[in-house]
Ligand binder design. Sequence first.
Ligand SMILES: Nc1ncnc2c1ncn2[C@@H]1O[C@H](COP(=O)(O)OP(=O)(O)O)[C@@H](O)[C@H]1O
Ligand SMILES: [Mg+2]
Length: 442
Amino acid sequence: MVDVDENPFDEKDSIFEQKQPLKKDTFTPETIFHRDDEIELYINALQDVVVGHAPNNVFVYGPTGVGKTAVTKWVRDKLQEKADSQDVPLTVLGPINCRNYKSSYALVTSLVNEFRLPDNQLPDSGYSTDRVFEFLYEEIEAVGGNVLIILDEIDNIPPDARNDFLYELPRAEANENTPISEAKIGLIGISNDLKFVDVLEPKVKSTLGEREIKFGPYNANELQDILEYYADIAFWDGVLEDDIVPLAAAFSAQERGDVRQGLRILEKAGEYARMEDANTVTEEHTRRATDTIEKDEILDYFEQDLSSQQALTYLATTLAFIEPKHEAATKRIYNLYSSIAESSGRRVKSERKIYEFLDQLSMQGLVRSAEKNLGRKGGRKYVYEVTDDPADIIDAALQSSYSNAVPSNVNEILNHYLEDEATDFEPPDESSEEQQVLWKFV
Ligand SMILES: Nc1ncnc2c1ncn2[C@@H]1O[C@H](COP(=O)(O)OP(=O)(O)O)[C@@H](O)[C@H]1O
Ligand SMILES: [Mg+2]
């Protein structure tokens, strides 16, 4: 019972000294660990700038949470420092996260406004996109010298901005139709999606990819060093039991080699300890945190990262994967998708669209596909599986705004799947109205 006469809030935090270092994108580490090779490539790609030559364009790619943004900021600061000390004119913009802009117009406006004073900012609308690009070129020419523009998460660049930003912009000084003659533009593009370049036109690809730097996942030892650094700053001395950081590191290494996930585990484990008024963060807190984080991540996909059509496709793939004696072939996924989209009152898109969504899910690592030969009949088909525990995915879907798309008897089916993939459960005859019989769509 809460004593109503007493204020229930605690005055101080006996676990966390500072929480901010564990949070996303709000803390700049003083040291960068285990990225010497990547930093060397970066320095090499940008060396020209320091001596006054035109900058190379750089393409940086790798999965999330492996230090692309952190290393880029570190290199940017060193570069600026050197250029300043050499009196080489250099202006650096960004990293600007493309995820936050819905159109080419919005993105270019934000760049123009980086150059402009607060009382001279461009409005959200009112000009053509071409005109706003001209404003940008005018600003760039006005500052002159080398101008380095860093765009982060370019896999999220608005589709109408791809060509403008990744091709036209870095070549603007060569283009006679722009006012740029003195300034030199370099573009650094960072992508979380390894396949992003594959979808670009060849000319865009070669412009952006003058220099490419690949960031791979961290191994458990590397993660341990990095997490140790953050844990030291974030937790009070002596609060973390010895095996906590290694445990968080081992778990994240097993999953994706992603620092952010490790930081989230530490934060959550600390919160559990705090909730229980414990003096230390224990292995049990950490294991529980790990479990929660896994589920939360899937929930985030449903609520934030996926469009509603992608989310429905993801759910349909999960259902197709767990249902007895069916393979999660594209056709089957489409059938289930149509049923859940319809029964939850959402738009049903064409089968061709679903293939696109499956591709996108696959790029995000949520589903995996294998190609199967159809034997004597000839031809091929794709069979899908989900990469996370289907029980966790269903759980997350039920907690999300897609709960009304989950068939009402999903637990029954899930139990069959969990007990044994080869149960006696007989799927209905293909020719019958199997969707209705097998799945209870509300
Ligand atoms: N090598 C490293 N040394 C120190 N901190 C790191 C390192 N790699 C990543 N981090 C930290 O981990 C978190 C995720 O890294 P980030 O650069 O945002 O990853 P990415 O941009 O690849 O998604 C950030 O808080 C970042 O500061
Ligand atoms: Mg990043």
